[in-house]
Write a protein that binds this ligand. Structure first.
Ligand SMILES: [Zn+2]
Length: 137
């Protein structure tokens, strides 16, 4: 059996995001009232409390905002096998404070830096499931 990361479970609010990821697009909510992008998807704007959004494709480019290395203690078998691995946050180029979580495939703790430019890649993991990851560009 091939190990894979936990599969994404879409809710009503996150289904459009995950559908976009499956087709190679990073689709985020843009508030129609204040025009800010937000992630994760919610039914109320975290900036102005507006409740109407449109989906907008963003570039998938950003910078490393924070990261750490998980050395031990992972509970999921995939991450136990992958340890040590990197996990952190990416701030997208479109907007200050627009943050997504990610692993950093292709990087090591010794070479990754806060502020490093990254780009999205869509990783097929199992049974048609796809997850967004960021790789240093
Ligand atoms: Zn808003």
């Amino acid at each position: 059996m091939t190990l894979h990361p936990p599969l994404p479970v879409a809710s009503g609010l996150s289904a459009p995001f995950w559908d976009g990821v499956k087709s190679g697009k990073l689709l985020l909510q843009r508030c129609l009232a204040c025009h800010r992008l937000q992630f994760p998807p919610t039914d109320t704007c975290t900036e102005c409390s507006g409740g109407e959004f449109r989906l907008e494709e963003v570039s998938g480019r950003g910078t490393v905002f924070s990261f750490t290395e998980v050395v031990s203690g992972a509970r999921h078998p995939y991450f136990q096998a992958e340890s040590p691995y990197l996990v952190g946050e990416v701030e997208l180029d479109e907007q200050e404070g627009l943050i997504l979580a990610s692993n950093f495939p292709g990087s090591t703790y010794a070479d990754l830096r806060v502020g490093a430019p990254v780009e999205i890649e869509f990783q097929s993991i199992s049974d048609g499931a796809v997850i967004p990851q960021f790789r240093v560009r």
